[in-house]
Design a protein around this ligand. Structure first.
Ligand code: NAP
Length: 321
């Protein structure tokens, strides 16, 4: 009798466990399809983004790569743009390019996010009269080339933390109160496909992006109900100078779009979905990558980075340590 009861209890526990696993897997598939693939099949938006969120957008790390093209694309859609980056000459050049191409206003703020907490009072002061509708937390950096953690310099280690973790945190805290008070706004946090699992030889970089994912998903729960659209954007490879360690990545290709192509697709998903890779082929890649168990992805990621490291060493005649 006791044995029978134990078997029944175990059968019920087993049944419940399998049901939860099945629901969880199905939910993950539905979530991935709706978040990463659906934006490309949605009809064109009726309400312009500037109406939905407000006339001003700001982009961090906006003098090159994805950030520069986010700024250009937002300007093309009618936003006045605040460019926040570290190089005054490059900032002026991007602002001039935007104003020449699109009839919008620009403002530039010089800020080096690697300097940490001290820079934010200056940014806050510069932004105090601008009702920001959109903030794209794009600024980010990686290692010069893949390497084990103890090979990363002290300076680069803190830069990675201050820029990839510090900027998204401090900038979000800086703009959210205004968006909440106005009852509208969009916060776009740019993460990376490397958030998906630990990534050997880019260990710190991937860990900072796992932070961005966790931070963004939690923020959405906190501020979504107060009218702020909190969007998570996780690109895979895009042809920009962050990937300068690999000629193959810089050359680009179907799976590695230019920053221009990438930003056009990513902005098309703004206000529509709360999480996206920003580019439809990245959506497909993300979908298939996630199917593999994490331990396999860690091994494959490690191998991929070993290849990039070898490519870098070969091309730069650096001796492996
Ligand atoms: N490209 C990819 O394959 C890829 C993939 C996944 C995720 N991402 C993410 O996408 C974002 C943009 O990357 P990207 O590929 O466009 O990189 P990028 O081409 O190197 O551009 C980075 C931008 O950030 C600026 N920046 C860098 N460090 C800064 C600092 N300390 N203070 C202020 N500005 C700083 C750069 O300024 P300068 O012009 O002065 O250099 C540049 O404008 C990052 O968050 C990155 O992690 C990129």
């Amino acid at each position: 009798m006791l044995l029978f009861a134990a078997v029944v209890v175990l059968a019920i526990v087993g049944f419940l466990a399998l049901t939860f696993i099945a629901i969880d897997s199905l939910w993950s598939v539905l979530e991935m399809v709706s978040s990463y693939l659906m934006p490309y099949f949605l009809p064109a938006e009726v309400e312009p983004l500037t109406k939905k969120f407000g006339p001003w957008a700001a982009v961090t790390g906006s003098t090159d790569g994805i950030g520069k093209h986010y700024a250009l694309e937002l300007a093309r859609r009618g936003f006045n743009v605040v460019l926040i980056s570290r190089n005054p000459d490059k900032l002026r050049a991007v602002a001039t390019e935007i104003e020449k191409l699109h009839s919008v206003k620009t403002k530039t703020i010089v800020a080096d996010f690697s300097e940490g907490a001290q820079i934010y009072s200056h940014i806050e002061e510069e932004l105090k009269d601008i009702p920001l509708g959109v903030l794209v937390n794009n600024v980010g950096l990686n290692y010069e080339y893949p390497m084990p953690v103890c090979e990363v310099s002290d300076a680069r280690t803190w830069e990675l933390i201050n820029v990839n973790v510090g900027a998204v945190t401090a900038m979000s805290r800086l703009v959210l109160p205004g968006m909440v008070a106005r009852g509208r706004g969009a916060l776009v946090n740019v993460s990376s496909g490397s958030e998906l699992q630990p990534l050997p030889l880019m260990t710190i970089y991937a860990a900072t992006k796992a932070y961005v994912r966790s931070f963004t998903y939690a923020l959405r729960e906190e501020y979504g109900p107060q009218g702020v659209h909190v969007q998570h954007v996780a690109p895979l490879f895009v042809s920009t100078k962050i990937n300068a360690f690999s000629r193959r990545l810089l050359d680009g290709g179907v799976l590695v779009p230019s920053a221009d192509t990438y930003a056009r697709h990513a902005v098309a998903a703004l206000g529509r979905v709360s999480a996206t890779t920003g580019y439809w082929l990245h959506g497909l890649q993300y979908f298939f990558i996630k199917i593999a168990p994490e331990w396999i992805r860690i091994k494959i990621g490690h191998r991929l980075n070993e290849n990039f490291r070898e490519e870098y060493m070969r091309n730069n005649k650096v001796k492996a340590t």
